[in-house]
Design a protein around this ligand. Sequence first.
Ligand code: SF4
Length: 415
Amino acid sequence: MRTDRHAFNLDAAAASALARRPGPDRARIEEVLERTRALGGLTVPEAADLLAVEDPEGRAAVLRAASDAARQTFGRHRLLFVPLYLTNRCANDCLYCGFRRGAGADRKWLDGEEVESELEALARIGHTRLLIVAGEDRHAAGIEEIGLTIEAARRRGFVEAAVNVAPLTVDDFRRLLDTGASRYQSFQETYHPETYVRVHVGGPKADYAFRLGTMDRAVEAGFRSLGMGTLLGLHDYRFDVLSLLSHALHLRERWGEGIAVSVSVPRLRPAEGAALTQAPSPVSDDDLLKIVAVYRLALPWSAISISTRELPAMRERLARAGASHFSAGVSTSPGGYARPHPPMDVTQFEIADHRSLREVARDMAGEGWIPNLCRRCDEEEAGRAAYECQCAPHERGECLVRLRERQWAMDGAAR
Ligand code: SF4
């Protein structure tokens, strides 16, 4: 396989030095926050200064600035999506994951009929945005099956079909793009090389360098929308957040402004069958709020996604800190939507928010958000499309978010 000399290459020593910066004084915080008002993003050293803020007053100022930025980019919209797990088979041995090879007995790959049943269940509930997920099982998790899933999802009216599968070669990424995948997502988990090797002990994912080059290969193949993330709790969060920002900036510098990066901020959760159940470097609620706020200020137009790993109250606080995308009504078990609670369930992690899509939407609306399931303002992953729509029914016809709310009210859907 040829080597891409221009792919992202982390300067770990520089990232470590930035991650150890002492907290900035009040004047520096104000100076950096002032710069964010134009929604031009942050440099990595500026982000390092904000991540180093520890005092309550400084943290509150960072959260306020992020909240203001989110209001300008996403307005009151908070977009809802759902992951569809095609398989829980995986060739890797990631110590924190319930899908790792050797853990649990009941492994399966959904067949075509089961995929249709899952999609039908999700469309009936009201979902419009799909994230297709598969573990790394190269024999089974074929690109062809993903293509068939996307086709079936489009037939059922899903407007977005993002894909989270194992890193591929450029040629295989081209095949994946041809399936109609709207976004490619893969998390580095941790950018810290030694920690990475310690927690990825078997399978192709143990290759740190191959994973680090994933996004460059995806863009070379033609993907323009990329989902990135680290598993918070594996290593010092300041190091990992700053490394991810360096990575995102590298992609834009190398490949141009047309690259849309979205960020996920999962915290390590217990999982049945996982060997690592406690985070080696725990991330507190306050730290997670600060992380989301810094991402919002650094990448003001980017989606920031929150999973059901977080409790409902925390998800609401994260929405106020600038998170824009929320999974809802989730099962991490293949087949778990058409057949809730399958026997001998193998799941990727323990879910903390068990609310249905309808309950999430209702609670969000109660907090003043527009829980966005719109089929029209979803075409772009960045916030501008959602913001510009602003659900202005008088200008753009009846908004589908409102139609969905009314449908729920009328049909009294149980979920
Ligand atoms: S984290 Fe992903 S790659 Fe690792 S074991 Fe779990 S499903 Fe497989």
